[in-house]
Design a protein around this ligand. Sequence first.
Ligand code: SAM
Length: 273
Amino acid sequence: MTNKHTPRKRFGQNFLHDQNIIQRIVRAINPQPGQTIVEIGPGQGALTEPLLASGAQIIALEIDRDLAAGLRQRFQGAENFRLEEADALQCDIRLFANEGPLRVVGNLPYNISTPLLFHLLASKNCIQDMVFMLQKEVVDRLNAACNSKQYGRLSVMMQYHCAVQPLLSVPPGAFRPVPKVQSSVVGLQPVEPPLPAQAPPFFTELVKRAFAMRRKTLRNTLKGLVSPETMQQCGIDPGSRAEQLSVSEFVRLANGSRVCQNSANNSQSGSMQ
Ligand code: SAM
């Protein structure tokens, strides 16, 4: 099967062929019997085979119907293998969590890795951990500290929801076809944030708006959402830019804005009574 397939760029297909790297990734995942592991984009099965050998239950999500047919044939005898021919972006993985929390792994299609990470965050409560191969630049953004060039919306949202741990670097030569970019494997472990957002959708919107024009000051980017006075009450300089705020400062600003909005609403309704 493997030799006949022409890699499809639209599905981000760069297949792992370096056995040393494959073993290192599987060691980083450390699959165990009794675990349920969702593999996103199994492709030709480079990671799937050693994952199955561990005895873990593997649920593989593959969008490419030709690759899905090959996987079905190759692993038909494996009792711990289940294939879902599906778009991971549309898939509700919570449906697979009957037996307990899921592990989610994969050499992700790089063209959709950011929306996929955001999609998975919505299922955070049923995820034990995630181990993904990503473009190195994306891992650098996931792990970036504030005041750095790489720090952005992805850093804030992922660090709010997960502990981020870069695990290993992978050179382009480990894949076929050879990608133009360096790759890295990262571990993401969902955590309870030390300072939780009181209204998560508002926090999400605030972070999105703040980074939409990252060169502008918060006074401008958050106009209509948070007033400069509220920023000052929260200890945030309205003249600063999004990249200068830590994750907990974003949460503080979001929570403080809600408090100010609520008290403004209350005093308005009070004055109308
Ligand atoms: N795991 C294989 C490996 O390491 O050799 C293949 C990795 S390749 C980078 C990405 C895989 O994700 C491909 O098999 C591709 O068809 C699949 N894929 C792309 N978009 C997808 C999506 N939206 N849902 C599920 N699978 C997808």
